[in-house]
Design a protein around this ligand. Structure first.
Ligand code: CA
Length: 433
C-alpha cells in the first residue's frame, strides 16, 4: 500500500502488475510465516522434550539417591539386628567360663566363642559405619589428642590377633609427643583398621612397622612385609566392598569396608591416606597424613580405671529377646543380684513403677513401648520411684547414645556388652531406699 501511495500518476496496468506482484509477495510471506510457525512449533516441541528429559534425569537421580538411602538404611538395620543374637551367645560363653569345675578344654572353647563374637561385633560396626559415613551421618567430637596414645590403643586392640599369628608389631617411638586435633574413637578406629588390615594380609611370623614423622603435618606410615597388592587392587584399595585376594588357607573374612571407613574418617579429619605396594608378595605401605594440632596444651588425661565389684542390687531387665534376658539374669544372679524380667515396654514400665528396683537394664528396640519412651515416662514419676537406668542397645552410634541419654538413661551400653562393663555400670548405682 505504501508503494502505491508513494508513486503517484501510474497507470492501471502498472497497478495491476504491482498488485499481482504484491500478492505473490504476500503469498510468499504467508508461506514463510507458516514455515516459521511450523519451526516455532517444532522448537517448542523440542523444548518440551528437553524439559521432559531434564525432569527424567532429575527423577532418575532422585531414584538413585533414594535407592542409595534405602540401601544405607537397610545396612544400618541389618547391622543392628545382627547384634541382638550376639548378646545371649556372648553372655552364655561367659557363664560357661564361670561354671564351677570347668574343664580346661571348655575354657578354650568359651574363649573361641568370645573372640568370634567380638570379631562379629567389629564387622557389624564396620558395616554400620560404612553405611553412616556414605550418608554423612557421622560427626566428629574433635579435641587435641596425643598421637602416641591413639596408636597405642589401636595396637592394643589388634595385639591378640597379631600374637596369635606370631607376627611382630613394632610402633616407633618417634613423634610420641605430637598432638593431633581429632575424634579419639574415630582416629583410634582408623589405625585399628589399618593395623588389622596389615595383619590380615601378612603371613604368620610377618612384621608390621608403624613410624611417625612430622614436619608441617603428621605422617604415620604402616608398613608390612605381607602379601602386597597388584596394581589393580592398589587402584581401588579404598573403595567400598573391594578386598585383596584371600588365601584359601586363611580366610579371615571381612566386608571390604575397613579401608573405605579409614579413607572417609581421615578425610573428615582434614587428612589424606594412600597405599603403596611393590606388587604381589612385596608387602604394603599405608601412609596417613594428618594436620598438626593447633592447640599447644597437652591432651586431656584418660579417666582412671574403675572398680568393677558390684554390691547386690535389685535389677529389672526389660528385653524382648528371651534368650538374652535369660542368660543376663543368670549372669547377674551369679553375681548375687536379684533379677526380674519384663518382655516388653508396657510390662517393663508397670514393673518399674512398682518401685522395687535399684536399677533397670533396658533394651531400646522393644514391642509396645520402646526403651526411650519407657524411660521418658519413668522420668515423669516421683523421684523415689526412679531407679538407676542402663540402656543396653544394639544401636552403637554416638547420636543413638546421645538420644538415649537425653531421654533420661543414666548409662548407655552397646550390645554385646562385656560382663565386666555391665558390672561396672551396676556398681555405680545407688540402692533404692
Ligand atoms: Ca529388642
Amino acid at each position: 500500500m505504501n508503494l502505491v501511495a508513494a508513486t503517484p500518476g501510474i497507470g492501471n496496468d502498472d497497478l495491476a502488475l504491482r498488485l499481482a506482484a504484491l500478492e505473490v509477495e504476500n503469498a510468499q510471506l504467508r508461506r514463510d510465516l507458516d514455515a516459521s510457525c511450523l519451526m516455532a512449533a517444532s522448537l517448542r516441541e523440542a523444548n518440551e522434550h528437553l524439559v521432559l528429559a531434564a525432569v527424567d534425569a532429575q527423577t532418575s537421580r532422585d531414584d538413585a539417591e533414594e535407592t542409595n538411602r534405602r540401601q544405607n538404611e537397610f545396612l544400618a538395620m541389618l547391622a543392628h539386628e545382627l547384634r541382638n543374637p550376639l548378646v545371649p551367645i556372648s553372655v552364655s560363653a561367659s557363664l560357661l567360663e564361670r561354671a564351677p569345675a570347668i574343664e580346661g578344654s571348655l575354657v578354650r572353647l568359651t574363649n573361641v566363642i568370645q573372640r568370634q563374637v567380638d570379631h562379629m561385633a567389629r564387622l557389624l560396626d564396620d558395616l554400620l559405619d560404612a553405611a553412616r559415613l556414605s550418608s554423612g551421618k557421622i560427626t566428629l567430637a574433635v579435641e587435641p589428642l596425643r598421637l602416641a596414645e591413639i596408636l597405642e590403643h589401636a595396637a592394643e586392640t589388634v595385639m591378640p590377633r597379631v600374637r596369635e599369628r606370631g607376627q611382630e608389631l613394632v610402633v616407633g617411638s618417634a613423634g610420641a609427643d605430637l598432638l593431633v586435633d581429632g575424634d579419639r574413637v574415630r582416629l583410634t578406629q582408623v589405625f585399628t583398621n589399618l593395623l588389622s588390615n596389615a595383619s590380615k594380609y601378612t603371613q604368620d611370623g610377618g612384621r608390621i612397622e608403624v613410624t611417625v614423622d612430622a614436619a608441617e603435618s603428621i605422617t604415620v606410615t604402616i608398613a608390612d612385609n605381607g602379601s602386597g597388592m597388584s596394581p589393580e587392587t592398589l587402584g581401588n584399595a579404598f573403595d567400598l566392598f573391594t578386598q585383596g585376594p584371600r588365601s584359601l588357607a586363611r580366610s579371615e573374612g571381612g566386608l571390604g569396608v575397613g579401608l573405605n571407613v579409614v579413607r572417609n574418617l581421615v578425610t573428615m579429619h582434614g587428612g589424606s591416606v594412600s597405599a603403596a605396594s611393590g606388587g604381589l608378595g612385596q608387602g604394603s605401605t599405608f601412609t596417613v597424613g594428618l594436620p598438626l594440632s593447633v592447640a599447644a596444651g597437652a591432651a586431656a588425661a584418660r579417666p582412671a580405671s574403675v572398680n568393677t565389684t558390684s554390691p547386690a542390687r535389685r535389677i529389672l531387665i526389660v528385653e524382648d529377646n528371651v534368650d538374652a534376658s535369660d542368660v543376663l539374669r543368670m549372669l547377674l544372679e551369679i553375681e548375687g543380684h536379684q533379677v526380674e524380667i519384663a518382655g516388653d515396654g508396657h510390662a517393663g514400665l508397670a514393673l518399674a513403677l512398682a518401685g522395687r528396683f535399684d536399677a533397670i537394664v533396658c533394651d531400646i528396640g522393644l514391642p509396645g513401648l520402646d526403651g526411650l519412651e519407657l524411660i521418658a515416662r519413668l522420668r515423669a514419676a516421683p523421684p523415689s520411684l526412679r531407679p538407676f537406668t542402663i540402656a543396653l542397645s544394639g544401636y552403637g552410634q554416638p547420636q543413638d547414645r546421645e538420644r538415649a541419654l537425653t531421654a533420661g538413661f543414666d548409662r548407655y551400653l552397646v550390645k554385646p556388652v562385656a560382663p565386666a562393663v555391665l558390672f561396672e555400670a551396676l556398681a555405680g548405682t545407688v540402692p533404692a531406699r
